[in-house]
Design a protein around this ligand. Sequence first.
Ligand code: ATP
Ligand code: MG
Ligand code: FE
Length: 343
Amino acid sequence: SLILAIETSCDETSVAVVRDGKQVLSNMVSSQIDIHRRFGGVVPEIASRKHVDSITLMIEQAVEEAGIKLEELDAIAVTQGPGLVGALIVGVMAAKSLSLALQIPIIGTHHIAGHIYANRLISELHYPCIALVVSGGHTEIVYMESEGSFRLIGRTRDDAVGEAYDKVARAIGLPYPGGPHVDRLAMEAKKAVELPRSWLAPDSYDFSFSGLKSAVLNALNQSQMKGEPLDHGELARGFQESVIDVLVEKSMRAVKEYGAKQLLLCGGVAANKGLRAALTARSEADGVELVIPPFQYCTDNAAMIGAAAHLKWKQGAFDSLDFNVHPSFSLEKWMGQELEDKQ
Ligand code: ATP
Ligand code: MG
Ligand code: FE
């Protein structure tokens, strides 16, 4: 299949052309980070407007870069949710127009399924597998018994990892999005400030990062009140080590309990150098096959949406032109949805 995929769930406008859910012919990404940076985070109204400004050009560029003609496309895929409602609508409207004009099917696609299937762009997947999803809005452990079957076995009870990174970064005066900056500081630091780890119940795959975030903010406040300097690098390293310890431990435990053949790292925080290194070392030690996408497929991009949409393509599960965006959308619902619709 030759699929044109559109992703506009947050602050990246992205369009890709993907063959058979794995071969990327083009993957154009236009980030709005520079625009949102001065507000310290994504402003939804501005995000929607910027998507409108750039979507048409991005589609043209993706098609040109792929070296294909629009008539060759088999389907249009588009992120249906989760994400910002206004931002999602821009992508879905563009996708519907293309679907109508070209008379080809449209596939509403789940953003987190995209982050997970980004791994399909670089590796065959072997089931059962475990996906560790770490992004700006999600921190989840997903068990996949077979292709396209998603079972959430753990999730964060408060902050997502990326969100915690961005808040810590803001507290130490780093620009938005702070994740990569905290990562760099942590990797350069010689020592780590001692910070707590939140394990929750021994058998739980859930996460909690708000306590850790508060510990970082407290350490900063204490140092300010006492006038004792606190090394931001050492603080960043302490924070990063705590996050990584818990993510690695829980995902490796899930791999063992579920007899997974592979561990997939997914989402924007998968770009974290410390996490990639720690998971790689631990997987090698434990004889687990680890798949990590290259940086450009970790943060939001449309190629991953094309990869996930291929699941639906194979089932012939297309959407009708009146489908809606789902700002909060579960993986299970996405895969079961066609059944409900057809009944
Ligand atoms: P979601 O996918 O949950 O809807 P999102 O799409 O906004 O959320 P992504 O684009 O997948 O999130 O990831 C962005 C997040 O990844 C931001 O919080 C950013 O700080 C974080 N991030 C990116 N690079 C790194 C890094 N090297 N270390 C830590 N965090 C990082
Ligand atoms: Mg983003
Ligand atoms: Fe994302």
